[in-house]
Design a protein around this ligand. Structure first.
Ligand code: SF4
Ligand code: SF4
Length: 307
């Protein structure tokens, strides 16, 4: 939609997405498709449908959603079956569902609307040294919009941060987003290119090159974040490789993000299939091992951050 961005959440009072008290805006659309994605509702760049069968009260509710759905993507069963891919997002079903089992994923916003929304907490940003963080999905997927939004935030004197997968056009990022950013949280997942392609759907070359250029050319602080995914990223070989890469770029600290399996519930509501099966959180021993791989590879101090 011209001039607007598609977002799927605005979370206030966040404390893990940068310094101080923050509001995090989640943008829809991502060029990658990591098999462990914590925000699978953010991957598809189009508006979507979420159906929570745990709260659906069919047939007691009388199934009003089925009668209003002209796209015929809601099927009579107990609980009902939703064919998310057929949904046209006409939004007829949302208001008639008494259980709020059907919910939209994604809404269109202008820069002015989003700015108004995040400025509600401006006094808290000021008192805590916080601000606004752009996340997703991948915020740079809507680069032109985030550039205008970041500029508007800076005009308001608000601290800005971005969480990025690093897969973007460097030139566009440099021109449109970088001048208005105070800190960059940059995901580094896999150093082996074949593994990157296999587990994230993308080669890591553009990502590593963007990281190298940003850390060498820009004065904006860059904080690498490494998701610890058992048997994929959380291996000795991968973490040692990342640590060496960081050392080469004179980076002295990074954030390790322990695996969180709660994304699996979201996946079910979106009607998507899981391509990674781990359902348990990481154990303390697994986390400790990952930290040790870093420490033994070189003198980088990993900071453990919980999602
Ligand atoms: S929003 Fe989707 S599921 Fe709901 S009535 Fe419209 S087409 Fe059907
Ligand atoms: S989704 Fe809502 S309206 Fe539809 S059957 Fe379930 S509870 Fe009823």
């Amino acid at each position: 939609m011209r001039g607007k961005a598609l977002i799927f959440d605005v979370k206030r009072d966040c404390s893990e997405d940068g310094p101080g008290i923050r509001t995090t805006v989640f943008f829809k659309g991502c060029p990658m498709s990591c098999v462990w994605c914590q925000n699978p509702e953010g991957i598809n760049p189009k508006p979507g449908l979420s159906f929570n069968e745990e709260v659906c009260t069919s047939p007691d509710c009388g199934n009003p959603c089925i009668s209003v759905c002209q796209a015929k993507c809601l099927m009579n069963a107990s609980p009902i079956q939703a064919i998310n891919t057929s949904c046209t997002r006409c939004e007829r079903c949302f208001p008639v569902c008494p259980a709020k089992a059907l919910e939209p994923v994604g809404r269109w916003v202008t820069v002015e609307e989003l700015l108004y929304e995040v400025c509600i907490d401006k006094p808290f940003y000021t008192s805590s040294g916080g601000g606004v963080t752009l996340s997703g999905g991948e915020p740079t997927f809507q680069m032109e919009f985030i550039g205008r939004f970041l500029q508007a935030l800076k005009k308001e004197g608000i601290h800005t941060a971005i969480e990025t997968c690093g897969f973007f056009s460097y030139r566009h990022f440099q021109e449109q987003a970088l001048p208005f950013l105070d800190i960059i949280y940059f995901d580094l997942k896999l150093v082996d290119d074949a593994s990157s392609l296999n587990y994230t759907g993308r080669s890591n070359r553009c990502i590593l090159e963007n990281f190298s250029r940003l850390s060498g050319e820009s004065n904006v602080p860059i904080v690498p974040r490494i998701p610890l995914i058992p048997e994929i990223t959380a291996t000795k070989e991968n973490l040692t490789g990342i640590a060496r890469f960081l050392k080469k770029h004179n980076i002295s600290s990074c954030s390790l993000m322990p695996y969180n399996p709660l994304w699996k519930d979201k996946l079910k509501r979106l009607g998507l299939t899981a391509h990674y099966n781990r359902s348990a959180f990481m154990t303390k021993t697994e986390e400790r091992n990952c930290i040790d791989y870093f420490l033994s590879a070189l003198a980088i101090q990993p900071l453990t951050v919980y999602q």
